[in-house]
Design a protein around this ligand. Structure first.
Ligand code: ATP
Length: 246
């Protein structure tokens, strides 16, 4: 699956507050793009605007497909998946069943099953997601028997199982220790290796700067820097934004 996600001039207003202001963003197939910034900078709002959960001005395209103004479920079917900061799993389903809920979401099966009015998930997509996130040994396990770190991987795997063109991840490393976070970075590289574009929002700088091909930095809803991780790390505006927020 490969298509470039392009956002141009994304702007979101909540009452008098401009949560996002003219943001341009590109996620190429097979690349990991980090989106960072201090608390309240607009990172989640940006994912909400891209995926249709926040009402935004500006344009969102996925390959040749104009997603601007479309509902979130339609954008998801066109190949733009997301996870949530508090991504709850289905507690009474095994790990594999959690993935099957999402698997096949956008395949030809979707069209046929919508027509027939019943669900027939694509098991191959779920199995591929199990392998990409290293979850095969947990396939038959119930979520509450897993560690927090493994549950976070299942949340990502569930989105991967929908075989998206681009995957937006909202703080997948929250609550992970350093080892788990490193593993997550490696798994995300594997996901990108299949051609999927990944937009990674996280506060874990080590993860974002080591795993991502490029990084976009938001402050007060505006892009203040973007580029290769090493350049962004040294950018004086980025250093000031983080020291100011510390
Ligand atoms: P964090 O790192 O703390 O999760 P963030 O960078 O994801 O923060 P957002 O959650 O996108 O930031 O918030 C951006 C701004 O928009 C903040 O000022 C926030 O208070 C405001 N905001 C977010 N959602 C809403 C909403 N539904 N209604 C009103 N204001 C909102």
């Amino acid at each position: 699956m490969s298509a470039t996600l392009t956002a141009a001039g994304l702007t979101v207003r909540y009452g008098g507050v401009r949560a996002l202001s003219g943001v341009d963003l590109t996620v190429e197939p097979g690349t990991l793009v980090g989106l960072i910034g201090p608390n309240g900078a607009g990172k989640t709002t940006c994912i909400d605007a891209l995926t249709g959960f926040a009402s935004a001005t500006g344009r969102v395209r996925l390959g040749g497909d104009d997603l601007t103004g479309l509902r979130p479920d339609v954008r998801a079917r066109r190949g733009l998946a997301r996870t949530w900061q508090a991504g709850e799993l289905f507690g009474d389903l095994t790990v594999r069943e959690n993935l099957l809920v999402a698997a096949g979401h956008r395949s030809w099966r979707q069209a046929i099953t919508e027509f027939l009015g019943r669900s027939a998930p694509d098991p191959a997509a779920a199995e591929e997601a199990l392998d990409l996130l290293g979850l095969r040994e947990h396939a038959g396990t119930m979520p509450d028997e897993l560690s927090h770190g493994t549950r976070k991987l299942v949340g990502v795997a569930r989105a991967v199982a929908s075989r998206p063109h681009v995957l937006c991840l909202d703080e997948p490393a929250a609550g992970l220790d350093a080892g788990e976070s490193r593993e997550l970075g490696e798994r995300l590289r594997s996901v990108a290796g299949t051609g999927t574009g990944v937009l990674l929002v996280d506060h874990d700088m080590d993860l974002v700067l080591s795993a991502c091909d490029s990084v976009v930095v938001l402050e007060f809803g505006e892009v203040i820097a973007s580029g290769a991780p090493d350049d962004v790390r040294r950018d004086p505006r980025v250093v000031a934004a983080y020291l100011g927020g510390a």
